[in-house]
Write a protein that binds this ligand. Structure first.
Ligand SMILES: NC(=O)c1ccc[n+]([C@@H]2O[C@H](COP(=O)([O-])OP(=O)(O)OC[C@H]3O[C@@H](n4cnc5c(N)ncnc54)[C@H](OP(=O)(O)O)[C@@H]3O)[C@@H](O)[C@H]2O)c1
Length: 386
């Protein structure tokens, strides 16, 4: 029996790599639905190749255009389309590879329908980790991590929970060796020039500020139910050790390999099986020769510090962190603010925010909208200052 999979975010970095994995494992997978935002050129090619039954796009106009070209396929658009894909009865697994807050509603919809989830979209757990994980437990839904660090920890844990520390590695991003002064004049192309990973723009900028590592710490707290004081970040520029678990007896078990997202994507899709899929090349200890590890510099990368603080505060604090960061990153991508302004926007929003301690999902969504409005005002004031 083929595993039936829906791919939300099929035109993105994770989505396209997932489809490469599936192309290699054609006898094992059937693509039930594809969902994308605006890139309908690529989506059109994917539809021709994978023949899904259902497709969702960002806007109605594009759904209409494509439905004329593919009359046998059902189309929808927007949040409703994403949730419809998540709820398809036939799904065995839903890959949530959307970027930003768009992942939350379809993840919850998949959980309510009892479908296992391969989760790449870390923002879902940053916004609503308590609710998502509780509901997944109640419905018996597996949340299989796609993020390489969390896939590594998931593999090292192998179902155990007698953990002393989680050790999350970070490449350090493109500005690891820059001074704070140099970072002030960092431009977009420099921020997007990640030394190890080729990813979507939002996560690449997050990797340059190390906010991405902070979001991953919050993601790990929820996925593995580990206290923030027991989560350590270690900078490892070579990115061969993808993360590790320290046990109480002093043993550290890590997961290693070449830096390739194909491996964690494939493991989430084929779990619990390990299969020979896409050719990624193998890691060679002798050729690699050097593995370096450093303390993260919280002063130079204050977004990481903010994320730990937001995680420890809990409630809607992480909603504020996520929403203000997302707005600031998109403003930076549009050239409206400077690289270091990303931190200023998030810090200003966090400082003036009143946290709700145990929010319901509706409160999370309404707080998210309010924080985004406030963030836009902060961004405008920075634009005026120039
Ligand atoms: N890339 C990586 O290596 C990596 C590693 C670990 C974790 N992640 C996480 O995985 C997620 C995806 O990252 P990515 O790098 O793959 O991002 P990406 O390249 O920007 O792709 C995002 C995908 O989501 C779609 N999308 C975004 N907003 C949407 C909306 N409102 N409605 C419908 N579709 C929407 C985009 O569609 P269009 O392009 O068609 O508009 C695209 O298919 C993020 O949460 C990221 O943190 C990524």
């Amino acid at each position: 029996m083929k595993k039936k999979v829906s791919i939300l975010g099929s035109t993105g970095s994770i989505g396209t790599q997932a489809l490469e994995v599936i192309s290699k494992l054609q006898d094992d997978f059937e693509v039930v639905s594809l969902c994308a935002g605006n890139n309908i050129e690529l989506l059109r090619e994917q539809i021709k190749k994978f023949s899904p039954r259902f497709v969702s796009v960002g806007i109605e106009e594009n759904a209409e255009i494509l439905s004329k070209e593919f009359p046998l396929i059902k189309f929808n658009f927007g949040d409703e389309g994403l949730c419809e894909a998540s709820k398809i009865e036939d799904n065995d697994i839903v890959l949530v590879a959307l970027s930003g807050k768009a992942g939350l509603k379809p993840t919850l919809a998949a959980i309510e329908t009892g479908k296992d989830i391969a989760l790449a979209n870390k923002e879902t757990l940053v916004m609503a980790g308590d609710i998502v994980m509780k509901r997944a437990r109640e419905k018996g839904v597996k949340i299989l991590p796609v993020d390489s660090e969390h896939s590594a920890i998931f593999q090292c844990l192998d179902g155990r929970n007698d953990i002393k520390n989680l050790i999350i590695t970070s490449s350090g991003g493109p500005f690891r060796t820059w001074t704070k002064e140099q970072m002030r004049s960092a431009d977009l192309s420099q921020a997007l020039n990640h030394p190890r990973w080729n990813m979507g723009k939002k996560i690449t900028v997050d990797s340059a500020t190390l906010m991405n590592k902070g979001l991953e710490v919050i993601e790990a707290h929820h996925l593995f139910n580990v206290d923030y004081k027991d989560i350590k970040v270690v900078v490892h520029p070579q990115s061969y050790l993808h993360s590790a678990v320290e046990y109480f007896d002093g043993s550290i078990i890590g997961q290693m390999g070449i830096p390739s997202m194909h491996i964690p994507i494939q493991y989430a899709l084929t779990y619990p099986k390990r299969v020979e899929g896409i050719e990624t090349g193998s890691f060679d200890f002798v050729t690699a020769s050097k593995l370096e590890f450093f303390e993260p510099d919280f002063e130079k990368f204050p977004c990481l510090k903010l994320a730990f603080e937001a995680g420890k505060t809990g409630g809607t604090s992480t909603v504020c962190l996520n929403a203000s960061n997302e707005e600031a990153v998109y403003a930076f991508l549009r050239g409206e603010i400077g690289f270091c302004d990303i931190y200023e926007v998030v810090k200003t929003c966090m400082d003036s925010y009143s946290v709700i301690s145990e929010p319901a999902i509706e409160q999370i969504l309404s707080e998210d909208a309010k924080i985004r409005e406030f963030s836009k005002k902060v961004i405008s004031s920075l634009k005026v200052k120039g």
